[in-house]
Write a protein that binds this ligand. Structure first.
Ligand code: DQA
Length: 148
């Protein structure tokens, strides 16, 4: 695999200042730098994008394959719990998507326990801070080799 798209959803541009006790103190720029460093050790190209807009996230997913990406690591933010449109986009694009979350969504408010997007993804990684993205990258890289 040579290229992976990392997509961050709404409010993740505020990382570092947003509820640091939940989401940590790293800024989005620092998270992206950690992802890029990890990707370099794996020999893959990553592009990291953030949007607060559902339609922009849908378009990024729709265009991912044509733009040469072979997989997507996706943190849909609060759209995780509400967006059937993003769920349908994930199901439509024909390349694997892994859902990731900084926080453990299963240990927080009840509304966060349900992801409407995860069923269309290859899996979900939640609760490891920036590590969730790194594990997500390794997961999409492993898919072919692990026989899935
Ligand atoms: C989040 C979890 C979501 O419930 C929340 O709305 C976010 C961030 C996470 O990375 O832990 O915005 O996706």
């Amino acid at each position: 695999m040579t290229a992976v798209l990392v997509l961050h959803g709404p409010n993740l541009n505020l990382l570092g200042q947003r509820e640091p006790e939940v989401y940590g103190r790293l800024t989005l720029e620092e998270v992206n730098a950690a992802i890029a460093k990890h990707a370099a050790t794996r020999g893959v190209r990553v592009e990291c994008r953030q949007s607060n807009h559902e339609g922009e996230l849908i378009e990024a997913l729709q265009q991912a394959r044509a733009r040469g990406f072979e997989a997507v690591v996706f943190n849909p933010g609060a759209y995780t719990h509400t967006s059937y449109a993003l769920r349908d986009a994930v199901a439509a694009i024909g390349i694997p998507v892994v859902e990731v979350h900084l926080s453990n969504v299963h240990g927080r408010e009840p509304f966060r326990r349900r992801s409407v997007i995860a069923p269309a993804c290859r899996g979900q990684i939640s609760g490891f801070g920036v590590g969730s993205y790194l594990l997500g990258l390794d997961a999409v890289l492993g898919l072919a080799g692990w026989g899935r």
